[in-house]
Design a protein around this ligand. Sequence first.
Ligand SMILES: NC(=O)c1ccc[n+]([C@@H]2O[C@H](COP(=O)([O-])OP(=O)(O)OC[C@H]3O[C@@H](n4cnc5c(N)ncnc54)[C@H](O)[C@@H]3O)[C@@H](O)[C@H]2O)c1
Ligand SMILES: O=C(O)C(=O)C[C@@H](O)[C@H](O)[C@H](O)COP(=O)(O)O
Ligand SMILES: [Zn+2]
Length: 383
Amino acid sequence: MTTVRVELDQRAYDIRIGAGLLGRDTFADVAQPKARALIVTNTTVAPLYAQALQQALEPHFAEVLQCVLPDGEQYKDWPTLNRIFDALLERQCDRKTTLFALGGGVIGDMTGFAAACYMRGVPFVQVPTTLLAQVDSSVGGKTAINHPLGKNMIGAFYQPRLVVADVETLRTLPPREVSAGLAEIIKHGAIADAEFFGWLETHMERLRALEHDAVVHAVRRSCEIKAAVVAQDETESGLRAILNFGHTFGHAIEAGMGYGQWLHGEAVGAGMVIAAGVSERLGLLDPASAVRLQELVRRAGLPVEAPALPLQRYLDLMQVDKKNDAGNVRFVLLQGLGGAVLRAAPQDLVTSSLLAHGAIRDASPAMSGPGSPASRTAGSLAA
Ligand SMILES: NC(=O)c1ccc[n+]([C@@H]2O[C@H](COP(=O)([O-])OP(=O)(O)OC[C@H]3O[C@@H](n4cnc5c(N)ncnc54)[C@H](O)[C@@H]3O)[C@@H](O)[C@H]2O)c1
Ligand SMILES: O=C(O)C(=O)C[C@@H](O)[C@H](O)[C@H](O)COP(=O)(O)O
Ligand SMILES: [Zn+2]
């Protein structure tokens, strides 16, 4: 087992990474022998891993309960979140109850948000079982549900007490979900560590085959990068926004297509390519580096083209983004490979990159001429 520490003073916590951690005594230091634990999971993960976690927790808690939710991004919503509160209240769970998020990012984000709200805050532990959740969503305390008009729009910053990433659980993950996790790993290299980006170029096939040493290295390095950013800027007043590279376009794709159609990691993959295109057009990123990023995304099994929505639809969707400032859309752009900046970008460059990567220009003159809806949006996008 290897451990990464998220340094947040009184709320610092460990990320434990290794094989077989669910079957070992990994949870002793979050034990509450007189209190209850509630495992929150979904219909796909429960039959695979809930029993193992139940057994690992039983020696440490008075009672271990389970709440099994429907599976899918489309259930990251109010009614499904309420089912966690129903489970807690039906069993009269008190404020010592610890929630365990067993699953991918959807379960992690919802369980964390439920833990932040229930009785104004109860402890929670992340037990991520997807690659994406192990390298990204289980770390850093962003918790949320989606709104039809925007991704992760209702939520809280609320840190877990512990993260346990058992890489053995990845063996049952469909290849498409492995690729989705690789998107966030590539993101970490692209924004913060050019050497790691180069390592990913060399080891992409080993990662897609889930070779143990390669996976542990990628999970660990991703967690180190994310933990260092979160420790400096927990609530995204500045630096933390770099973790959103690819997400302005990615979230527009997810919401625009309907949650669950494109996986989050797929949307981020295409979103990073489009954001690199904007960076290149602004002269922040050299063309060869933009090609390297696109090629690595493609080799990860991810789309490098956005879905063919009308350009104006993309521009409208991007108006709903937490990074926006007084109506100005702000993008995380690459400043060379391994560096990132948050800034607005001229509309024509954003449009040009979107059109180069799949968005469709509306053929109607009324939609594309001066004074059209597209050109009105231009004003609020300008730097
Ligand atoms: N909080 C954050 O910092 C953060 C970071 C990145 C992403 N996210 C959020 O995370 C979500 C995406 O997470 P995700 O990619 O894990 O998707 P997900 O949670 O939907 O899981 C993907 C699929 O894999 C299944 N699954 C999970 N573990 C499995 C296993 N071991 N074997 C077989 N199947 C398994 C799930 O049931 C689901 O069908 C999005 O909602 C995104 O917004 C949050
Ligand atoms: O932890 C962060 O900060 C991130 O931005 C990580 C992202 O990969 C993740 O998708 C996050 O949920 C996006 O946050 P949001 O605030 O843009 O919803
Ligand atoms: Zn993400």
